[in-house]
Design a protein around this ligand. Structure first.
Ligand code: ADP
Ligand code: MG
Length: 356
């Protein structure tokens, strides 16, 4: 793999990192002003920065082996440079002056598996810029700038969860976040438990169109019920008056918010696992964002001794599953799950724990 030195013929001035994240509970709730419960994963993105001496920005991704060079105020072609340029341009719009840069990025967060490589790229870039330029921005501001960069420059209509998780969460606790107020709490993991993450190997081809459709359905349901967002409903019975499919869509969001609110009460890992299982059933039956391969993978996990619970994680339509398992058993459960899953004709991949 090429280094900063190989690409730019100089040493970097600084280096900064940010992790990917996995959402334990609270799926499709963030654009409904609701509650989420992510944690950081061991995989991270690292950015190295130096000064460029030709009045241009140069961005290089080691994973893509791709370099993009642009004049200081030029919009880059749509791609990985959009996320980086978005962060720089938003800082400039906030009146921080950013000199021409050499920026090198490398990452162990898989791209497009729902573990938020995009937020890790934005947050590591902003952390690097903060360090290099001594900027007075805090972790929440970093998350907010990162989200705006993704929406306005990469063209992805994302909520704030991914960026808040990458900027504020750590691997050893859960980040409870109220996506409306940004009120948050760092909470201990369920006792004697650890997580396993397995990629289903199914590309999220329908994710974009399916996501937009579900967003529109939720907005319509909130409008009919006369609330600002579905977060404003806590009693699931209220959604029963809605026409289908809005009734089931809203039921998922309301019950999912309630599951997150229960999960932050210091419950047992067994109960936490039951909530994850219920979340998967709700995503599959009411929200209809699962696919057969994800159901197979989750089913294998749920039937495995030592697993408290499992669910698809991320927007669905493919991507990864997360399970809560007994502490110390992830290293055995993950490979045995993968073997059964692959025997069923799939090609999955273990993401956590990181096994050599
Ligand atoms: P996810 O965030 O779930 O991994 P996204 O589709 O939101 O999936 O983001 C993936 C995109 O982010 C990639 O297509 C690429 O443009 C950008 N990206 C993330 N990490 C890197 C990296 N290390 N190098 C280049 N681009 C990256
Ligand atoms: Mg993303």
């Amino acid at each position: 793999m090429k280094t900063f030195q190989d690409i730019f013929n100089q040493s970097p001035e600084i280096e900064a990192s940010a992790p990917g994240r996995v959402n334990l509970l609270g799926e499709h709730t963030d654009y409904n002003d609701g509650f989420v419960l992510p944690t950081a994963i061991p995989q991270k993105t690292t950015v190295q920065l130096g000064y460029s001496h030709d009045e241009q920005h140069h961005f290089y991704s080691a994973e893509l082996d791709e370099k993009v060079s642009i004049a200081k105020n030029e919009l880059p072609p749509q791609g990985f440079a959009s996320y980086i340029f978005g962060c720089i341009d938003l800082l400039e719009k906030a009146r921080y002056s950013v000199p021409p840069l050499n920026l090198y990025v490398t990452s162990s967060v898989p791209m497009g598996s729902g573990l938020s490589s995009s937020a890790a790229l934005e947050v590591s870039t902003l952390r690097g810029l903060k360090l290099l330029l001594n900027l007075p921005i805090d972790d929440v501001q970093i998350a907010q700038i990162a989200q705006l960069a993704e929406i306005n420059y990469a063209g992805v209509q994302c909520g704030i969860m991914d960026q808040m998780a990458s900027s504020l969460a750590d691997r050893y606790s859960m980040l409870f976040l109220d996506t409306r107020t940004l009120d948050r709490q760092i909470l201990p993991f369920p006792k004697n438990a650890e997580i396993v993450i397995i990629d289903s190997g199914v590309p999220r081809t329908l994710a974009g169109s399916g996501y937009n459709k579900r967003r529109a359905e939720c907005e319509e349901a909130a409008r009919i019920l006369g609330v600002k967002a579905l977060r404003d409903i806590s009693n699931p019975e209220i959604v029963e008056s809605l026409p289908e499919p809005l009734r089931r869509r809203a039921r998922h969001v309301v019950t999912e918010d309630n599951r997150v609110l229960e999960a932050i009460q210091g419950i047992s890992p067994q109960r936490f696992g039951e909530l994850m299982n219920a979340s998967h059933a709700s995503l599959r039956d009411d929200y209809e964002v699962s696919v057969p391969a994800l159901d197979t993978l989750v089913g294998i996990l749920q039937a495995t001794p030592g697993v408290f619970g499992a669910r698809l994680t991320g927007a669905g339509f493919g991507g990864a599953c997360v399970a809560l398992v007994e502490e110390g058993r992830g290293g055995a459960i993950a490979p045995s799950t993968l073997e059964s899953y692959n025997q069923a004709g799939h090609t999955g991949k273990i993401l956590v724990p990181q096994l050599n």
